[in-house]
Design a protein around this ligand. Structure first.
Ligand SMILES: CC[C@@H](C(=O)O)C(=O)SCCNC(=O)CCNC(=O)[C@H](O)C(C)(C)COP(=O)(O)OP(=O)(O)OC[C@H]1O[C@@H](n2cnc3c(N)ncnc32)[C@H](O)[C@@H]1OP(=O)(O)O
Ligand SMILES: [Co+2]
Length: 134
């Protein structure tokens, strides 16, 4: 069911510093920061030849990444995002398999303008999984 690896997300305490590190030390193609208040994060995308890195910084008081940053103050790998052809069919299949779909179970529009959902890390080998409609 899952297709391409769309992105790997890294939560950071200072997104400007992280973007600069990827741009200068790693020589990567780095986007400008974008605030996504409906997700409680600021994003920067690093475009690699075969996938993307999503740098995330908490935005607002109820950010879903704040507790993660509190536990990992220097930052750390937060989630992986896999593409799926049909997000509602994928959701229904995953629920039938016993996976917990986070939030209200309805897709939100993600950073690429496409529907996304999150799956509980305890159901996927300790890794938070995002699925995005291709
Ligand atoms: C920009 C839009 C979009 C895109 O298009 O790319 C995004 O990526 S938005 C990214 C931010 N949004 C989200 O992460 C939404 C989904 N996340 C959540 O609902 C919560 O973060 C969470 C996964 C339910 C975790 O909530 P939290 O309050 O931080 O922790 P809990 O206490 O509920 O955690 C329970 C348990 O799970 C472990 N945990 C938490 N986060 C992770 C993680 N990222 N990776 C692995 N494990 C994680 C946590 O340590 C707890 O474990 P125990 O202590 O063993 O119980
Ligand atoms: Co993401």
């Amino acid at each position: 069911m899952i297709g391409r690896l769309n992105h790997v997300a890294i939560v950071v305490p200072d997104i400007a510093a992280a973007a600069n590190l990827y741009r200068t030390a790693l020589g990567a193609n780095v986007s400008d920061p974008v605030d996504m208040p409906e997700h409680g994060v600021t994003t920067v995308f690093v475009t690699l030849p075969n996938t993307k890195i999503e740098l995330l910084q908490p935005l607002g008081e109820k950010s879903p990444v704040q507790a993660f940053l509190d536990r990992n103050p220097s930052g750390g790998m937060h989630h992986v995002c896999y593409e799926v052809e049909d997000i509602l069919a994928a959701r229904d299949h995953l629920k039938a398999e016993g996976a917990r779909v986070l939030g209200d179970g309805e897709p939100k529009i993600g950073a690429h303008g496409k529907p996304v959902l999150f799956l509980h890390p305890k159901d996927f080998c300790g890794t938070l999984v995002e699925i995005e409609q291709a």
